[in-house]
Design a protein around this ligand. Structure first.
Ligand code: BGC
Length: 754
């Protein structure tokens, strides 16, 4: 009797977790419970089907500890929408996520408000499908055009990356759910992605590869960060105290949790000590390692406690902790509209000779290219959203009222159906995504026969890539012979008859354009625009929406023009020949030298004055814009205010993304010819209408990293600010002089790597 009473007292004394008693709960947890909380649970004990904490298809869960009222939380993938299973056993409902445009596409909008609005809708699906954190945004730099996951990432420039990432985070988190900024850091290739060692000097690390993360973390406060699989200068990022504690927390003030990418690596103890709070997806060995390490004194219990405390601080913010009653019924119709609008704003018009676009008087269209049917909404792998449908270009153009040449449409459809069936029968493994059917040839006779039947030809060129593999130079970056032939034959036939040809690029990463761009009269870069893609392309082709996207990366003349191409896997690496710690291993497989340092993308091309096919920031409109009244002022502390007036000088309404590049004073550290420091987009300006855009830049944002002094430095002297349509437009500028030099101290993280 007495025993039962004591037991009741003990149970009622059990603290239930609240936002205010985290220390108390931490104090009451056993070592085993602490270790459990720091390791995810998917591998050995997913919550029971039907549980409110089980969302089939989500990438992972954290563990529940019921005696403290700690729920399991749910972590599905992104970034182009929530990735969960669309159907469930025992349920006749569906659970589709909206397929939004991919990362590279939304970065091409140069519109932080648009991105924030879009991810506000996406975050609502995270909330309403019973999840807590979406595993995005993905913010690695486009170091090289061939990275298979570039479509998930934003740009070759860290400021564009950081600002778009920050907007993405704000939108998602406005719903009371979290984000996981990934893959932290320097995860710029897929080849041997679990083991590859990115060897990069500290200046490039800080200015190029970390800067975007720094901006997003400081500006938007993501709940979580995902450390990457790769090594950085010889150490796994997930085990790097320099990266996860000194830089991320001590310098940038990040106060959320860090989780690993889905790796289950050895070295759990080192990861926990480094400040990697959560091991995902988790297994029992990792729990045991943590327990043993604390018992043996290898891991100070204080380190584990610090991580557990951060886990608890995370838990109390989540919808599951708050008992949110999710509906499983987000408004997918409304979100489809958001996806369509975002897609149109992200498309880039690269060429428009004789104003062929928007289409006028076109009724009958010959739609070439099997990607018009096998349209790519988004890339493969964990970034592939399970969407209810994809509007392809056939449907998009028909919805917009065009008549398509029937025989061609039928042929493409049948060819794609047949090939997909073949792939399935052949057992081709398609990693978590959509396959891409290769282009097929058409005879010149057949193409010629279509000319009289149609007013215009459209040729669609498609590409797909994704997690686990990098792209190739031949037949991927470069066109296939079949694609080249098709473009040649179609343009020859239509031009002979005085008819126009429009090329549409349905791609997730850069392809070669220099050798064929002269053929087509207009080129629209549609990217991988999400489930509403076909309708969005039609919106732009018809002029319902005036394109205003601009390139978030350079389109080089040739692949080898990028200095990183000399140190990037091109498919020839031999797996299996491993050196000790990768140090004597195979180049670009075991390790990759970032020998180009800061000379990534336009920083290289502008400084070398090297010709490109399309420069960073490039994109046309159906109207024209003039920039005037450039003004730049600095206050006593060196804080800069810049402004420029943009006027729509054409005949239709349009938006313009203005880019602010800065050329630093000569002397001192070697710097790129110019660097993007800020950008903004006008509202929809009516013909004749003007808007003045204002930008603020701090002296810290002008700083470069001095490796020898291990600090950020802003030189005194005269700075030129270019208000540009793209990185090569130097027509509107103003200068300002900074009287005082500035320096900004950092920790000694990676200071030894010059
Ligand atoms: C990917 C991550 C993803 C995770 C969970 C990993 O393989 O690299 O981007 O979030 O899997 O699916």
């Amino acid at each position: 009797m007495l025993g039962a009473a004591l037991c009741a007292v003990q149970l009622s004394a059990q603290p239930k977790l609240t936002a205010d008693n985290i220390e108390e709960v931490l104090g009451a947890m056993t070592l085993e419970e602490k270790a459990e909380l720091c390791v995810g649970l998917i591998h050995y004990a997913p919550p029971a089907a039907g549980s409110r904490n089980y969302v089939p298809g989500a990438a992972g869960n954290t563990k529940a500890i019921p005696r403290f009222g700690i729920p399991s939380t749910v972590l599905p993938d992104g970034p182009a929408g929530i990735r969960i299973d669309p159907t469930r056993e025992g349920s006749d409902r569906t659970y589709y996520g909206t397929g939004f445009p991919v990362g590279t596409a939304i970065a091409s909008s140069w519109d932080v408000d648009l991105v924030e609005n879009m991810t506000a809708a996406m975050g609502n699906e995270v909330l309403e499908y019973g999840a807590d954190v979406i595993l995005s945004p993905a913010m690695n730099i486009h170091r090289n055009p061939l990275c298979g996951r570039n479509f998930e990432y934003y740009s070759e420039d860290p400021v564009l990356t950081g600002k778009i990432g920050a907007a993405y985070i704000r939108g998602i988190q406005s719903n009371g759910v979290g984000t996981s900024v990934k893959h932290f850091a320097v995860n710029n290739q897929e080849t041997n992605r679990h083991e590859n060692d990115s060897r990069v000097d500290t200046r490039a690390l800080r200015e190029i590869y970390l800067k975007g993360f720094e901006i997003a973390i400081k500006e938007a406060g993501p709940w979580t960060v995902m450390s990457s699989y790769n090594k950085l200068n010889g150490e796994y990022t997930q085990q790097s105290y320099d990266l996860l504690t000194r830089i991320l927390r001590d310098e940038w003030g990040f106060d959320g949790i860090v989780m690993t990418d889905w790796g289950s690596k050895e070295g759990t103890v080192k990861a926990a000590a480094a400040g990697n709070d959560l091991m995902m997806p988790g297994n029992e060995t990792e729990v045991q390692r943590l327990i043993d390490a604390v018992k043996s004194g290898e891991l100070p219990e204080a380190d584990l406690d610090r991580n557990v405390k951060r886990m608890l601080e995370y838990i109390v913010k989540t919808p599951h902790f708050k008992g949110y009653k999710y509906s499983d019924a987000p408004d997918l119709k409304a979100h489809a509209k958001v996806a369509r609008a975002a897609a149109t704003e992200s498309m880039v018009l690269l060429k428009n000779e004789d104003g062929v676009l928007p289409l006028k008087g076109t009724e009958k269209v010959a739609l070439f290219g099997i990607s018009s049917v096998d349209f790519v909404a988004g890339g493969t792998g964990s970034g592939n959203v399970n969407k209810a449908y994809v509007v392809n270009m056939v449907q998009g153009l028909e919805n917009a009222g065009f008549t398509l040449v029937e025989s061609l449409k039928d042929f493409n459809q049948k060819y794609v159906d047949f090939q997909k069936l073949n792939m399935r029968i052949g057992g081709e493994s398609i990693l978590l995504g959509e396959s891409k059917v290769p282009e097929t040839g058409l005879s010149k006779t057949y193409i010629n026969s279509l000319v009289p039947e149609s007013d215009l030809a459209i040729v669609v060129i498609g590409r797909n890539a994704g997690e686990g593999g990098d792209r190739r130079v031949d037949n991927d970056f470069n066109l296939t012979e079949t694609e080249r032939q098709l473009l040649n034959d179609v343009t020859t036939a239509y031009h002979l008859a005085g008819k126009k040809v429009v090329a549409v690029m349905n791609i997730g990463g850069v392809i070669e354009t220099a050798s064929w761009k002269n053929l087509a009269d207009a080129i629209l870069l549609a990217w991988q625009p999400g489930q509403e893609g076909g309708d969005a392309v039609a919106d732009v082709l018809t002029g319902k929406v005036n394109p205003s996207g601009k390139l978030p990366m350079t389109f080089p003349v040739a692949y080898m023009d990028h200095p990183s191409s000399y140190n990037f896997p091109t498919g020839l690496e031999t797996p299996g020949r491993r050196g000790r710690n990768g140090s004597e291993g195979v180049k670009n497989w075991d390790y990759t030298d970032y020998a180009e340092s800061i000379w990534v993308g336009y920083r290289w091309f502008t400084t070398q004055d090297k010709a490109v096919s399309y420069p960073f920031g490039y994109g046309l409109s159906y109207t024209t814009f003039e920039y005037s009244k450039p003004v730049v002022k600095a206050d006593r502390d060196g804080n800069i205010t810049a402004s420029v007036t943009v006027t729509n000088t054409g005949k239709v309404a349009g938006k313009e993304a203005v880019q602010l590049y800065v050329a630093a004073p000569a002397g001192g550290m070697e710097k790129p010819a110019r660097e993007l420091k800020a950008f903004d987009k006008t509202k929809l300006l009516a013909p004749g209408e003007s808007e003045t855009l204002t930008f603020s830049i701090t002296p810290y944002e002008l700083a470069s990293f001095n490796i020898d002094a291990n600090e950020w430095e802003t030189a005194a002297g005269s700075y030129t600010f270019y208000f540009s349509k793209n990185v090569n437009d130097l027509s509107t500028s103003a200068k300002v002089s900074l009287k005082k030099a500035g320096s900004y101290e950092v920790t000694d993280a990676y200071a030894h790597i010059k």
